[in-house]
Write a protein of this length. Structure first.
Length: 460
C-alpha cells in the first residue's frame, strides 16, 4: 500500500516576522524577521504531507549535490527517496511573510532545464506503487520518455493523479484524474478555450475540462476554482459535477493544490469512487488552508520517531481484513478526552486487530450538544485520539448518527459504552446485516465530558 510521488522538488524558505513600519527608502513594509523555516516544496511537499499523515510514501525525483539540495534532503526526513542526480542547481523559492500575509517571493534557479535522466531504481520504485501522484513543477522529470512509457502502462491498473504545470509535460493518456487550476486549464486548452475565459467559474471550468478530456485522454479532469471549489468531468458520462468548497479565511493558498492531489490519491487508493474522492479532497484542502496552510506544517520527524498511523480508515480496514484480522470500531464526540474514554477505547482495541473511532464532526456535535459545543474542533479531537496507542484511525462523519460511516467501514465489531447494557444498540441491525456484531465495554459514569465542562465553567 505504498504511494509513490513522482515529480520535481524545490527548496521553500519562509522568512516570517512582523511589519510595523515602512522603509524610509521606499513605500514598502519593513519585516523584522523572527523566524526562518526551510521545507520541501513541489513534489517534496506532497510527499511530506503524506508521510506526515503516516502513509508509506516514496518520492521519485532528481536532486542536485549543492547546499540547497542537502537542506532539501534533510527536510525530506521520513520519506523514502528514489532520487537520480541533477546537474543543475536546486531551485529555491524564498517567501517573506508579515504575520500570516505574504509580502514578496524571490525565486532562484527556477528556470527551465533539459529533461533529466531516470535511473533503474527510480523506475523500479514507480513499478511498486499502489497509487501514484505526478506532481509536475515544470522542471522536466514528467517529460522523461522512459518514465512516461511506464506511467502510461501502469495507468490501467494503478490510480494516477496528475497535477500539471503550465511549463510541464502533458499527462500521459489513461490517468485517473488530472487536477489543473482554472488558469492552468485555460492555458493548456490554448485557443480552443479562449471562448470560455469570461464564463462563470463553474460553467467555464466545465467547458474547458471537456476540451482537456479530448486533448489529454485522461479518465477525468478536476478543474479547481479557488474559493468556488472545483468542477469534475469524467470521460464516461461527460456530465459536469460542481464540487463546492467550504468558505475559508486564508490569504495564502500555497500548498492547497498539493493537499488536494495527496488527498485524491489516498481516497482513490481506499476504493472510493472519483466523485466521493473529489468532494473529500476539496474539503481537506480547505481544512488545510483553514489550519494555516504550509506555515502550519510540522517539522519532519526522523524515522525512529515516526509513528506509522493513519487517519484513512477504509484503507486500514481493508489491509487488516486481507491479513485475516478483525476491524473494531466505536464512536462518539470525544469533546473533552478523559480517563473514562481512554479506558473504554483501550478495552475496545483489545477485541480485534485495529480500532477505528467514528468521530462526530463539529457540525454534528453542534446539532447534538447545543450552541456551546464542541469545545475543541474536529481536527484537535482527532489528533488527541490518534495520540492514544489504542487508536489506529479516525473517521469523521457529518451526520447525527454513525450509520452512514459504518456502512462504508463495515467493522467486524461495533463497540459502545456499557450504559447500553440492557438495551439493543441502535446500530445493531445495520452491523449484523454484513455479519458484524455489537459489543459493550465498561462505562465509567463518574467521568463525563459534560461534568468536566461544567467543572471548568465553575473554575473560570
Amino acid at each position: 500500500m505504498r504511494i509513490v510521488v513522482v515529480g520535481d522538488v524545490l527548496l521553500d524558505v519562509d522568512l516570517s516576522g512582523d511589519a510595523t513600519r515602512l522603509s524610509p527608502d521606499a513605500p514598502v513594509p519593513v519585516v523584522d524577521v523572527t523566524g526562518v523555516k526551510r521545507r520541501a516544496g513541489g513534489a517534496g511537499l506532497v510527499a511530506r504531507m503524506l508521510a506526515g499523515d503516516g502513509w508509506p510514501v516514496t518520492l521519485v525525483t532528481v536532486l542536485a549535490d549543492d547546499d540547497a539540495g542537502r537542506q532539501l534532503e534533510a527536510a525530506l526526513a521520513g520519506v523514502r527517496l528514489a532520487a537520480g542526480p541533477s546537474s543543475f542547481p536546486t531551485p529555491v523559492k524564498t517567501r517573506v511573510r508579515a504575520g500570516t500575509h505574504p509580502v514578496v517571493r524571490f525565486d532562484q534557479g527556477c528556470g527551465r532545464v533539459p529533461v533529466p535522466d531516470v535511473t533503474p531504481a527510480m523506475l523500479r520504485a514507480v513499478e511498486k506503487a499502489s497509487a501514484i501522484i505526478v506532481a509536475d513543477y515544470g522542471r522536466g522529470l514528467a517529460a522523461n520518455p522512459q518514465l512516461r512509457e511506464l506511467l502510461a502502462r501502469l495507468a490501467e491498473d494503478v490510480p494516477i493523479v496528475w497535477d500539471p504545470h503550465p511549463a510541464g509535460a502533458a499527462p500521459v493518456p489513461g490517468v485517473a484524474v488530472v487536477t489543473p487550476n482554472l488558469a492552468e486549464a485555460h492555458k493548456a486548452a490554448g485557443s480552443l478555450g479562449d471562448g470560455f475565459a469570461g464564463a462563470a467559474s463553474a460553467d467555464g471550468a466545465a467547458k474547458v475540462a471537456g476540451i482537456l478530456l479530448d486533448q489529454w485522454g485522461s479518465r477525468a479532469v478536476l478543474v479547481t476554482t479557488g474559493e468556488h471549489g472545483a468542477t469534475l468531468l469524467r470521460q464516461r458520462d461527460r456530465v459536469p459535477r460542481p464540487v463546492p468548497a467550504p468558505r475559508v479565511e486564508q490569504a495564502d493558498p500555497c500548498g492547497a493544490g498539493d493537499r488536494l492531489a495527496a488527498s485524491l490519491a489516498v481516497h482513490l487508493l481506499a476504493g472510493r469512487d472519483l466523485e466521493d474522492s473529489a468532494v473529500l479532497a476539496v474539503h481537506e484542502a480547505a481544512d488545510f488552508l483553514a489550519a494555516g496552510g504550509v506555515a502550519s506544517l510540522p517539522e519532519p520527524a526522523g524515522p525512529a520517531k515516526r509513528r506509522h498511523r493513519t487517519t484513512e480508515p477504509l484503507l486500514l480496514a481493508r489491509s487488516v481484513r486481507e491479513n485475516g484480522g478483525k476491524v473494531v470500531a466505536t464512536g462518539g464526540c470525544f469533546d473533552l478526552l478523559h480517563a473514562g474514554h481512554v479506558r473504554s477505547l483501550t478495552a475496545a482495541r483489545e477485541l480485534g486487530d485495529c480500532l477505528v473511532v467514528c468521530l462526530n464532526s463539529d457540525a454534528s456535535v453542534h446539532r447534538l450538544k447545543g450552541e456551546q459545543r464542541p469545545i475543541m474542533n474536529q481536527q484537535d479531537r482527532a489528533e488527541l485520539l490518534l495520540a492514544l496507542e489504542c487508536v489506529d484511525a479516525v473517521m469523521i462523519f457529518d451526520e447525527d448518527t454513525p450509520e452512514a460511516a459504518l456502512e462504508r467501514l463495515r467493522p467486524d465489531i461495533w463497540v459502545k459504552g456499557g450504559d447500553y447494557k440492557n438495551a439493543r444498540l441502535p446500530e445493531a441491525e445495520l452491523v449484523e446485516s454484513w455479519g458484524g456484531r455489537c459489543v459493550t465495554v465498561p462505562y465509567h459514569p463518574a467521568r463525563s465530558t459534560t461534568g468536566l465542562a461544567e467543572a471548568l465553567g465553575k473554575v473560570s
